[in-house]
Design a protein around this ligand. Sequence first.
Ligand code: ATP
Length: 269
Amino acid sequence: MTSVPTVAPVPPVLDLTRLTRRYGSLTAVDDVSLRLPVGARHAVIGPNGAGKTTLLNLIAGTDRPDHGTIVLSGTDVTRKATARRSRLGIARSFQQPTVIPELTVLDNVVLAGWPHHPKRRGAWRSPSRLRSHTESAFRHLTTVGLADIAHRTASTLSHGQRRMLDLAAALAGEPRLLLLDEPAAGLTDGDIGRLLGILGGLPASVAIILVEHHVEVVAQLASTVTVLAAGRVLVTGPTQEALAHPEVRDVYHTGTKADMSPAPADQRG
Ligand code: ATP
């Protein structure tokens, strides 16, 4: 009898179990469990103060839970420092782009990728290693459409270009999980279209968690959604089902404007 080789199951890219974060008497994230497969395109939405940014902070490690666990691709990272999580594959792009204005566009990405590069040691003494860093950075700038202005100083970029640079810097670590905090905030319609094209074109090896108020961005990018309200999971599931859920419609004003800010009290059902 021939034995059939067993294939080890691929662990979820992210497995949150009963995550809770309290600030005094306020529970910002309340007993949140979430399991995302490799390559997930997941959005976390909810009204202001629902706990979305706190949840991203807990995953990235800039904040610590009072309770619960965070497992990244089978490794428990709950107690690991932010830098360690970053080397294990978590990257983050912020509402306010975190670029270094005095450096060139290219140097910003080289610097962001440096701690992750397998040939980082002694790179400054080795032209071939430095070239390999620079080539990686150019690849990411090409992905976000900034390769043509790689040698410009970052301070000369528009807000939209800074956001793309921040995204290239996040990609420089070759992440398995990319956390995006309101990537469309402050962008023009043209920039939002470009952003959607870029994020939609990322390989399936990069899972995305997106916190976003623009419903079109959520609908176009995310295949699944978690809706938070007062720190708790209201609904989680396929995007269209979650957005259409009666409780979600109660929480949001989803009129003609593509905006998921909470409705003024007099507009709620
Ligand atoms: P928004 O859409 O407005 O960004 P959010 O869903 O991201 O909101 P959070 O920023 O996670 O919400 O905040 C959740 C709750 O926790 C809010 O009531 C907020 O005031 C509170 N909070 C967040 N950080 C802290 C902190 N460091 N100390 C005390 N309270 C905090």
